[in-house]
Design a protein around this ligand. Structure first.
Ligand SMILES: C[S@@+](CC[C@H](N)C(=O)[O-])C[C@H]1O[C@@H](n2cnc3c(N)ncnc32)[C@H](O)[C@@H]1O
Length: 262
């Protein structure tokens, strides 16, 4: 990486998942309230069905869904994430593959496709649009597609790193050093941000301000989905509150989308 260019920021984003502590962090993470809400409400869509989990990571979602499925396939590019994939899930078929090229999955057709925890946001715009079309081609007609993605209508967009204040002096000192690292990372990554009419690639708090992630409004995301052959059914905030079209979503860094293959 040179000072003001990152020839392949997607490779940079993927490499972040190999940094110390990142894979164990995802392995420890529980389901988000919105995911719980979606999985309970739409259980019939994956129960005894064929599921594809894209950017499956350490299997955070797999442990809850796979036991119900006829078949559960996970794809993941980062080996450090796969190394921590739960051994307690022998029924999951894991592929070390890139979501920009699903050719190793052959002619498989899936009833339910998942892209959880903003797994697609490492990609660039062109690859994202292609991936939505590829996912559509890999699905059974009428299947369900669930994913989350960063919301460019979030009130925190563009804010720099903030020092987490506390009255505990030891913790404050720790926070101060962590903050210094974040400021340094942000100063390095911010010049690489891109703002376009329909989306943005932004440096944010994720992974100590190292990543460049895809941000999009609900309206533009709905358009992208329609162009790829999906109908938007529902959108949720992190807490699992359903957000009807037109409702304020500026409190959401991430939105959770539930779509139907049409
Ligand atoms: C934010 S993590 C989410 C992991 C997991 N889905 C979860 O919910 O805990 C995003 C995951 O997508 C993977 N990923 C990023 N780009 C990828 C690509 N091009 N192909 C396959 N996996 C990718 C990362 O390695 C990482 O494991």
């Amino acid at each position: 990486m040179t000072k003001h260019s990152l020839a392949d920021y997607v490779a940079h984003n993927v490499s972040i998942y190999s940094l110390k502590g990142i894979a164990p962090y995802y392995a420890r993470e529980p389901l988000h309230p919105a995911e719980i809400q979606i999985f309970i409400k739409h259980k019939a869509e994956f129960d005894s069905k064929t599921v594809l989990d894209i950017g499956v990571g350490t299997g955070r979602t797999s442990k809850y869904i796979a036991p119900y499925c006829k078949r559960y396939v996970g794809i993941e590019l980062n080996k450090d994430m796969l190394d921590l994939f739960s051994e307690k899930l022998p029924q999951v078929e894991l592929f070390h593959c890139d979501m920009r090229d699903f050719s190793s999955l052959n002619e498989d057709k899936f009833d339910f496709v998942l892209g959880p925890y903003s797994a697609f946001d490492s990609l660039n715009h062109t690859d994202r649009l292609k991936m939505f079309r590829d996912i559509h081609a890999m699905m059974q007609p009428g299947g369900m597609f669930v994913f989350s993605t960063h919301n460019s209508n979030w009130v925190g967009v563009g804010l720099p790193p903030q020092l987490e204040r506390t009255k505990d002096p030891v913790r404050l000192l720790k926070n101060f050093f962590a903050h210094r690292k974040c400021i340094k990372n942000h100063a390095r990554m911010k010049p690489l941000e891109e703002r376009h009419e329909t989306y943005a690639i932004l440096n944010d708090i994720s992974h100590e301000w190292l990543a460049l992630l895809y941000y999009i409004t609900r309206e533009q995301q709905t358009r992208q989905l329609a162009e790829a052959g999906f109908k938007l059914l529902e959108v949720y905030d992190h807490n699992g509150i359903m957000l009807e079209a037109g409702m304020d979503n500026s409190h959401c860094a991430v939105l959770y989308y539930v779509c139907r293959w049409v």
